[in-house]
Design a protein around this ligand. Structure first.
Ligand SMILES: [Fe+2]
Ligand SMILES: [Fe+2]
Length: 344
């Protein structure tokens, strides 16, 4: 094996950082954008849980992923869960396309049907049950890749207690939404110091976070979406901290474009995955065009201009799932608006 000199090795490491952004532009240009429903459907015939946009399958998305899955009719649990279900330190949303059922999340029951969305509070136990005669078809998107890259992804599943990190420690450890449990300190004799106060706030952070997670909006019913005109067209925020969701990484919007009309054009420094909920159309992504249909999935490369056109005869609805909030918190968010929509 070639042995590099100290100078060579450390010069290469420095150049890795210098080169990265340029290399990344190439990776964005080369990434798959369109995932067609007929191919996904074929795979769902072989297995009930199919990853679609996923860095482990070659996607250049670093922060979130999307999969499709099917829960068979009257299945007590799609995943054979019976009691706790599972919980994870990644943010997750689930959007239901077909079928009816309910979920138990942090001990509460939520009934859902087509067009409804669940925003699962971080580290809350959850299970999903199909109550109907037809299969439940749904997509889910999570910030798994982001939490894994941070070394902070904990998945505890009732089927695999041998991999539990916290849940085996007892009832309190199973109830808390804070891995390891939150704490607080009494400053006692050192009260009055601003620095001691700041440190106590740091210790109390997780307990406060747990309260905010428990107050967060979980179920968004399709009928409650509020569409309003924007430069990008008619939009409804679905998951966003400004409408009652305690989300730090994952955001969701629904866009609606009438037949023959186009959305605005924009580009942004965050990952976006789109699910075509209804209708058909075309998207321009930088210098490429893609025709899409209902249930197709689009993976929009970071900072590439994109604009949508409704080429069909019914309203085009697009569910846009993004990690803008994570980028906001890192101070990295940036959105550039180009041409405005032609119908608002
Ligand atoms: Fe989950
Ligand atoms: Fe976008």
């Amino acid at each position: 094996m070639e042995v590099k000199s100290t100078k060579e090795l450390h010069s290469e490491l420095a150049m890795h950082s210098v080169r990265f952004a340029k290399d990344e532009q190439g990776r964005r240009k080369g990434q798959d954008v369109l995932f067609k429903w007929p191919e996904i459907e074929k795979k769902l015939g072989e297995h009930k849980h199919i990853y679609v946009v996923d860095a482990r399958l070659g996607s250049n998305n670093h922060t979130h992923r999307l999969w499709y899955d099917v829960i068979p009719p009257h299945a007590e649990e799609g995943q054979d869960w019976r009691t706790l279900g599972h919980r994870h330190t990644v943010e997750a949303i689930i959007y239901f396309l077909k079928g009816h059922g309910h979920s138990i999340i942090d001990g509460e029951r939520y009934d859902w049907g087509p067009g409804d969305l669940l925003s699962v509070p971080m580290f809350s136990w959850h299970r999903h049950i199909n109550d109907g005669d037809e299969p439940v078809l749904r997509i889910a998107s999570t910030t798994g890749p982001l939490s894994l890259a941070l070394g902070q992804a904990v998945y505890e599943d009732e089927r695999y207690p041998e991999f539990w990190i916290y849940a085996q420690e007892g009832e309190d450890a199973r109830k808390t939404l804070i891995p390891g449990g939150g704490g607080k300190i009494d400053n006692g004799k050192i009260a009055g110091s601003r620095t001691a106060e700041m440190y106590a706030e740091q210790v109390a952070f997780a307990m406060h976070e747990e309260q905010l997670r428990r107050k967060s909006k979980v179920l968004v019913k399709q009928k409650d979406l509020v569409f309003e005109p924007t430069a990008m067209g008619s939009l409804a925020y679905v998951v966003d901290p400004r409408i009652g969701c305690h989300s730090k990484a994952l955001g969701v919007v629904m866009a609606e474009i009438p037949p023959g009309k186009r959305s605005g054009a924009h580009r942004h420094l965050y990952d976006e995955i789109d699910l075509i909920v209804s209708g058909k159309g075309e998207v321009i992504v930088e210098d490429k065009e893609f025709d899409f249909d209902t249930l197709d999935v689009l993976s929009i490369p970071v900072f590439q201009w994109h604009q949508y056109f409704n080429t069909g005869s019914e309203p085009l609805r697009i569910l846009g799932i993004n990690t803008r909030l994570a980028m906001d918190n890192l101070g990295l968010s940036l959105t550039h608006q180009g041409e405005h929509a032609d119908y608002v």
